[in-house]
Design a protein around this ligand. Sequence first.
Ligand code: PEP
Ligand code: MG
Length: 324
Amino acid sequence: QKAEWEKLKNEATVTADGKHFDIAANIGTPDDLQGVVDNGAEGIGLYRTEFLYMQSEELPSEDDQFEAYKKVVEGMNGKPVVVRTMDIGGDKHLPYLPLPEEMNPFLGYRAIRISLDRQEIFRTQLRALLRASAFGKLRIMFPMIGTVQEFRDAKKIFEEEKAKLVEKGVKVSDEIQLGMMMEVPAAAILADQFAKEVDFFSIGTNDLIQYTMAADRGNEHVSYLYQPYNPSILRLVKHVIESAHKEGKWAGMCGEAAGDNIMVPLLLGMGLDEYSMSATSVLRVRSLMKKLSTADLKELAERAVTESVTNEDNKKLVESYINK
Ligand code: PEP
Ligand code: MG
């Protein structure tokens, strides 16, 4: 099987009925680039920049960040790189950035909430990203967006930093897409409104499932509630994808579910455009997609959201389709 997958390394991802989709990789540091290239990913769909902050003794400087981002976009040779602004808080802490003790850290001060509050940190990161944008195809997304106002505020700060750099004669790309993680249920429900203002969505199922099911993603006692195929989750996912398409935008997924053998057929049926996963999953999923036909899957996905009741129902639905 491995040998069969290996042959797909330099191929585009095309389904049995000739539709093209993008399979991208998730990375945490520039050191992960080699794995991405070795596995033939068609881009980077999630660069988790918080690792840069976690590996450092103090807040990483603008130049240090610039070097890291530049290395990644250059290393991808013109393929798209979606960089997520830092997602600190929740379960990720920085020794040099004291955060308040919280009863519910996942519901607390994290990600874009910190960035909009501690703007000096956010602006430094955005300047580093803007400078790196001159060296490749860089896209930026914001984590944990829950309201349209948060997205507008983040975008405004981005535009301000961009204008200042341009004013100074610094070279920045004029084609940076600005998107958001879809991982807060409130945002997913309101995806039709968000879609008018963003360039793209990337669905973060790890958090979207945690928040929708009200089940801590790290708590083994409630891990049975991690249910990617639950129709409640699939309805949200479908709404997000359709909302994006209505406005001519693209939708991807960068949570664990994007590389899942049961989930992929459903996502293809819903028309998800981009699938971002660990580099080691890229060839397995490309091989799976080659065998699937989107026309059939549309109907399968429709049944999954309208007829199925449980996570298990949908698991069986897809399995019986695949084994047919
Ligand atoms: C997610 O929430 O699905 C996601 C991709 O982000 P993270 O796992 O870093 O929270
Ligand atoms: Mg997340």
